[in-house]
Design a protein around this ligand. Sequence first.
Ligand SMILES: Cc1cc2nc3c(=O)[nH]c(=O)nc-3n(C[C@H](O)[C@H](O)[C@H](O)COP(=O)(O)OP(=O)(O)OC[C@H]3O[C@@H](n4cnc5c(N)ncnc54)[C@H](O)[C@@H]3O)c2cc1C
Length: 538
Amino acid sequence: MPQDFDYIVIGAGSAGCVLANRLSENGRYRVLVLEAGGSDRRFWIRVPIGYGRTFFDERVNWRYQTEPDDGLVGRRSYWPRGKALGGSSSINALCYVRGQPADFDEWEARGNPGWAWRDVQPYFERSECMIQADGRRLGNGPLLVSDLRKEYHPVSQQFLHAATQLGLPVSDDFNGARCEGVGGYRITVHNGLRCSAADAFLRPALRRENLQVLTRAHATRILFDGRRAHAVEYVRDGRLQTARAHREVILSGGAINSPQLLQLSGVGPAPLLRRHAIDLVADAPAVGRNLQDHLGVDYFYRSRVPTLNDELHPWWGKLWAGMRYVCTRRGPLALSVNQFGGFVRSNPGLERPDLQLYFNPITYTRTFRNRRPLLNPDGFSGFVLSFQPCRPTSRGHLEIASGDALQPPRIFPRYLSTNRDIEDVVAGGRLMREFVRTPALRSIIEAPAGVDVERLSDDQVVEDFRQRASTVFHPVGTCAMGPDSATAVVDNELRVYGVQSLRVVDASVFPAVTSGNTNAPTIMVAQKGAECILRERH
Ligand SMILES: Cc1cc2nc3c(=O)[nH]c(=O)nc-3n(C[C@H](O)[C@H](O)[C@H](O)COP(=O)(O)OP(=O)(O)OC[C@H]3O[C@@H](n4cnc5c(N)ncnc54)[C@H](O)[C@@H]3O)c2cc1C
C-alpha cells in the first residue's frame, strides 16, 4: 500500500465523509481516510429505528462516560458517539435541522468572517436534496432528507393541537425561512433507509482511484516536522503504521476525539501535556475547552389512545412491523423515534426561539438481549414530551487521561453551571406544564408514567432536571473557531493555530452550539472547510 498522500483525513464521520468526497473529486490529489471503526453495512445502521440497537452497541459506538458532574448531582452521563463509516451520522436519531440563521450570524460576530448565515446557507444547500411529501425533490445534493410527516403516528396530531391551543405557531419546515414553530421533523431517510454521511458522500466516491479509505485504522498521533504536520501514525491489525501527507492533515474525529488527538500529538495546554510527558509542539490552551452540549429531559405519559408502543412492544407487533418493513420499506421501522417537536419562545418577548421540543409517540426502557443493552418499547400505550434549552451558556472541557491513545479522555461537561442555564430549565418546565394542561393533551393522558411535571414547583423542576436530564448528543466547541489562539483552536479557515498544514473540520470547531441538532451544521462546516482546503496555496 502506498503510504504517501496529499491529504490525510482522520475520521469518516459526518464531516470526514464530505471531505473524502470533495478532496478527491478533481482527481488531482491522493486522499487517505483513516476510520477507527468498521463498515457501516449493518442492518441496524441502515434501518432507521435501529437507533435503539446501536445506542449501546460497542461494535459501532465509542460509548463514552463523562466524569461525575456537579450540575447533575454528581452523575456521570453516557455519551454515545458513532464508530463506523458515517460516524455519528450512522447512529444518530436522523433529525435534519440546519439551525437558526442567527446562530451563524453569531458565529461571525464572534470574530469569524465568512460564517454568517448569508455565507453558510449555500453550503447547506449544496449537500441537500429535500424530498417533499409528494415526492418532489428540492435541491441536487446527495444527502436525502425526507418529509415523512404523513407517515408519523396519528397520536402526534394531539401535540400539534396542544401547541395551537397554547397559541404557538405551527411550522411546515424547520429548515425554512424561520426555524420557529411546532411540526414534524424532516429526517435523513429515503425509501426506508438511513442516509448517513457515508451513504451521501463517501460511497459515491469510493470508486475513485485517488481515494483510499482504511477502516479499523485508529490514528494515534499526528507527526510534525518542526511545526508542520506531515504524517499520521495509526494502529491497524495490531500494527503501528505511518502515512505521510504532503499537503495537509485534517482532523475530523468529532468533538471528543479531535481535541484528544491534538493533545496526544503535542498540541494542547502545556501544563496538561507536561503532566502526561507529551512533547510539546505548540502550547494551545483552548484545545479541549469551550465544550458545549444540549441537555434535555423527558416526561413520560401513559396514553388513553394507542401509540407506537402498542405496535412495537408485543412480539407479534414487532413481527408485523418487520414484515411490513421488508415488503414495503414503510411503517415504524422506517422512521425516527423523534417525530414531532419544534422550536418555540418560552416568552413572547424573546427575539428568537430558546427551547427545542420533542413529542415522541413511544416510550422505552433499557433492556438486554444476548447480554447487550438496547432500548425496548414499553408494554403500555405511552408517549414522551421533552424539552431542551437551545443555547446553553455553560462550558466544560475535556483532557487526555494519559498518553495512551486508546484510552478515553476525561470529559467534564460542567452542565448547568450558569444561572442563565438554570433559568432556561425553569422556562422549559413551565412550558411543559402548560402543554400537559391543554385540552388536547389532557384528552389523551391517562397518567404520568414517572415524574409529573404538573405537580413540580420551579425549584423542583430544576432539581428533577439535575436528577434525570441527559445529553441530547450534541457536544461541540472543543476545537473552537475564533480570532485568537488564547481562546480558540482554529482560525476562520479552520487552520490550527501555532502549527502548519493541520486543520480541524468537524463539530468541534463550532464557536457556539447551534440552536438545534448538529448533524446538518457539521456537514455544512465540512463543505465550507473543503473549499478552504482546496483554495490553500501549497
Ligand atoms: C445517539 C446520537 C443521536 C444523535 N441524533 C442527532 C439527530 O437526530 N440529528 C442531528 O442533527 N444530530 C444528531 N446527533 C449529532 C450528530 O450526529 C453529530 O453532531 C455529528 O454526526 C458530528 O459529526 P462529526 O463529523 O463531528 O463527528 P462524527 O460523525 O462522530 O465522526 C467522527 C469519526 O471519526 C472517527 N474517529 C474518531 N477518532 C478517530 C481516530 N483517532 N482515528 C480514526 N478515526 C477516528 C470516529 O469513529 C467517527 O467515525 C446525534 C448523535 C448521537 C451520537
